[in-house]
Design a binder for this molecule. Structure first.
Ligand SMILES: [Zn+2]
Length: 106
């Protein structure tokens, strides 16, 4: 089982509405911050995925939602869309990040 939601604090910029996908062990889980483009995810078998590579998949998956609501089909569009959703503070980031975590972004 996987759950897609939003929340958690971005370890890079502090934004509090990351896209989060979490669930049973073995599934691909990820955190993705549309504010600074931080993205990090993995499952138990495949290598970690970071940054741009992960966003390409997110944009593809969210294309129809973004188009339906008139947002640009981009990370910025995802940010604008997330900002229209109600606050849900109880959701945490999927992973814990050390202070010196290097996510490979800009
Ligand atoms: Zn961020």
């Amino acid at each position: 089982m996987l759950t897609d939601s939003y929340g958690g604090i971005c370890p890079n910029c502090g934004y509090d509405r990351m896209l989060v996908r979490y669930g049973s062990s073995g599934y691909f889980q990820r955190d993705a911050c549309p504010n600074c483009q931080f993205a990090y995810g993995h499952n138990d078998y495949d290598p970690e995925v970071r940054g741009q590579e992960l966003w390409e998949g997110e944009i593809f998956e969210m294309r129809s939602i973004l188009e339906e609501r008139g947002f640009p089909v981009s990370v910025l569009g995802i940010l604008l869309y997330i900002e229209t959703l109600p606050d849900i503070r109880e959701i945490k980031s999927v992973f814990d990040y050390p202070g010196d975590f290097n996510w490979g972004g800009c």
